[in-house]
Design a protein around this ligand. Structure first.
Ligand code: ARG
Ligand code: ZN
Ligand code: CA
Length: 264
């Protein structure tokens, strides 16, 4: 019923002065490979969709959301949607979104900002939740200047097609951005960040008591088979392949009602 929505994206590559294509100054091709993964995953056009366990296939769904690198700057000039910025800080963390935004930012009402940079420790990425009255998001704070995704450059893009030496397995297939985009649109982790009674507010994702790392398709938790292939678990990239209908309803509700793109 709902029409496909296309979202203009700007990627801010916050680098340390390396030549384009080296280190944190990732290539245009690596960025484009990530946008392709997002478009496949959010339209359920991913080639591994066929690997979704048969028991979960009936709830796997097409999110009807697409992403495109912006073609126009906020000033109305032509662009490829990629901004490269030199930084003198060698590593960023969970509290540094505002620093990244101060280096480069396009209005969140018109663009989805993605900052790609060097992140500390083992942080793969993080996203800001939307303002929404949906269960589990009641107290989400939302600063328009930090609205978007912050991504580790070693897990931004996919190694299936080209060879991008900076990408590191098992997070080298672009699924970190798919996962973070789920948060951006209001999805909680599939285990609800708690025990069996803690919910992700989606009925069609089985409860589980903790995250799953690796890829054990037989994993059981809370007395039922876990949906470890869901993008909102912590499974390896090659093991993830679905969002569900209830996750779609949550994301589409945010997309169609969040103040993020109206007046914030
Ligand atoms: N730890 C991150 C988060 O909670 C991302 C996990 C991504 N997992 C992956 N297989 N790429 O937002
Ligand atoms: Zn997460
Ligand atoms: Ca659930």
């Amino acid at each position: 019923s709902a029409a496909v929505v296309t979202i203009p994206v700007v990627v801010h590559v916050v680098h340390m002065g390396e030549p384009v294509g080296q280190g944190s100054n990732i290539s245009d091709a690596q960025i484009i490979s990530q946008i392709e993964v997002l478009n496949e995953d959010f339209r359920r056009l991913n080639s591994d969709a066929s690997e979704t366990l048969p028991v979960f296939a009936p709830v796997a769904d097409d999110m009807e959301i697409e992403f495109t690198l912006a073609k126009q700057t906020p000033e109305g000039l032509p662009t490829d949607g990629i901004v490269r910025v030199l930084s003198d800080q060698s590593s960023y963390g969970l509290r540094d979104a505002i620093k990244l935004s101060n280096l480069s930012y396009w209005p969140a009402e018109d663009y989805l900002n993605i900052w790609v940079t060097t992140l500390g420790s083992s942080l793969l990425g993080f996203a800001q939740f939307p303002v929404s009255s949906l269960e589990g998001l009641e107290d989400a704070s939302n600063n328009r200047l930090t609205d978007g995704l912050v991504m580790r450059y070693q897990s931004f893009g996919s190694n299936t097609k080209g060879t991008f030496p900076s990408l590191i397995a098992p997070y080298d297939r672009g699924r970190t951005a798919t996962h973070e985009m789920g948060h951006f649109f209001g999805l909680r982790h599939i285990w609800g960040d708690g025990n069996c009674s803690q919910d992700d507010f989606c009925l069609d994702t089985p409860s589980s008591s903790s995250e799953h790392e690796g890829c054990n398709l037989a994993r059981e938790s809370c007395g039922q088979l876990s949906m470890v292939q869901n993008y909102m678990d912590y499974t390896d990239d090659v093991c993830m392949n679905l969002f569900t209908s209830d996750q779609k309803e949550r994301m589409r509700t945010v997309l169609e009602s969040s103040p993020r793109r109206q007046s914030l």
